[in-house]
Design a binder for this molecule. Structure first.
Ligand SMILES: Cc1cc2nc3c(=O)[nH]c(=O)nc-3n(C[C@H](O)[C@H](O)[C@H](O)COP(=O)(O)O)c2cc1C
Length: 366
């Protein structure tokens, strides 16, 4: 197996990558009190040394009192957490790595098993954690405005610390996606509506604010998904036209990269075409796209949350789509959790040394 095409450099605005392999954002919950430790820095350094082109951090929460349900998820605000992140990026830059934080607000979520709760109720567009299920409060327009400011401030902090891009987490049924999704967005003001385009207003305003804050040359990635943790089969856009009405305003607001999260990258998004989500996003917006979802593995990540293992799988189908120009970058999650050397092994064609994924990889930062 050779995958030489994934090892071509990539340039976008101020971002320069040595290859097309992206480390997918993966929550690790190893940052006590929201502060990334030196062990977190060393974890990302191992991936930079392992030749990942762009590291996207685990989701790291913005400055809202109920942005998180886990005290060990890192924060991206406040003196100590930002000092922790400085420790991360300084070390990653020192070994030639390129990194973007994934900025996150969880929205209305269920409490963790530990029972830990933030000081105020979870907040979201309508207080709904899932269709018909209240789990928090509906945000006021002031809450929405303050949340947009919190994302913009975090992006400014990322740029000031030396990160080379930011990613906004708009996927998987968390806050931004709760606005996109009609079952969790029942608002009757300007942030709600029958159409996906209307429900995208919060995200459009947020991206516009982040763009304004970081300037024109700093790349902004937006992670999006059709599926939700609340409903794996959900579809926000059921036709290419709906997808266009969703994504083009976001691109116009300032998104440079659409990071299109799927469980399995080979699944076509709409009938009568094998184009996947990243393929459609690129076709409809002309923007850079990242594909993701079971690259190099037999099983998908939601199965992994239930403890299922996956074994290494051929990259041939991925390369066929890459060669066709469907997407620019390829994000890899679990293979990199299991093995920080994954990208180097792929470049060197050492497929016999790939090790697959087992749930033990989740237990430590190694
Ligand atoms: C342990 C774990 C934590 C994750 N945390 C995040 C996260 O914080 N933000 C996010 O957007 N996706 C998260 N994901 C999803 C991954 O970024 C990725 O999309 C998914 O694992 C599919 O890629 P894979 O099949 O290569 O693992 C997580 C996945 C795993 C396995």
């Amino acid at each position: 197996m050779t995958a030489h095409q994934l090892f071509q450099p990539f340039r976008l605005k101020s971002l320069q990558l040595k290859n097309r392999i992206v480390m997918a954002p993966m929550t690790r919950s190893f940052s006590p009190g929201g502060v990334p430790t030196p062990a977190v820095a060393d974890y990302y350094v191992r991936h930079a040394k392992g030749e990942v082109g762009l590291i996207i951090s685990e989701g790291t929460v913005v400055n809202r009192p109920a942005a998180s349900n886990d005290p060990d998820v890192p924060q991206f605000f406040g003196e100590k957490p930002l000092l922790g992140w400085r420790g991360v990026i300084d070390k990653v830059l020192a070994v030639g790595g390129v990194m973007a934080p994934q900025l996150w607000h969880m929205g209305v979520v269920s409490p963790k098993g530990s029972g830990w709760l933030p000081p105020v109720p979870f907040e979201g567009p309508s207080g709904l954690v899932a269709p018909g299920k209240i789990g928090g409060v509906a945000m006021t327009q002031d809450d929405i405005a303050a949340t947009i400011v919190a994302f913009a401030q975090a992006a400014v902090a990322a740029k000031a610390l030396g990160f080379q891009a930011v990613e906004i987490h708009g996927a998987h049924g968390y806050l931004i996606d709760q606005f996109f999704w009609h079952p969790t967005n029942q608002r009757t003001d300007v942030y709600g509506g029958q159409s996906l385009a209307e429900r995208s207003r919060f995200a459009v305003e947020l991206i516009r604010a982040v763009r304004h804050a970081v300037g024109p040359d700093f790349p902004i990635s937006l992670r999006i998904s059709q599926m939700k943790l609340q409903d794996f089969t959900a579809k926000l856009a059921t036709t290419p036209q709906e997808m266009e009405q969703w994504l083009v305003p976001l691109a116009d607001a300032g998104v440079d990269i659409f990071h299109c999260s799927q469980r399995r990258f080979w699944e076509g998004e709409f009938a009568d075409s094998d184009l996947n989500f990243a393929g459609w996003a690129k076709k409809l917006t002309g923007k850079t796209t990242i594909t993701v979802g079971s690259v190099g593995l037999t099983g998908d990540f939601l199965a992994a949350f239930n403890g299922e293992s996956s074994t290494p799988h051929s990259l041939d189908e991925l390369l066929r789509r890459f060669d066709r120009g469907d997407f620019d970058l390829v994000a890899v999650g679990r293979p990199l959790l299991a093995d920080a050397e994954w990208a180097r092994k792929i470049r060197e064609g050492r497929s016999g040394e790939l090790i697959g994924f087992t749930k033990e990889a989740l237990a430590t930062l190694s």
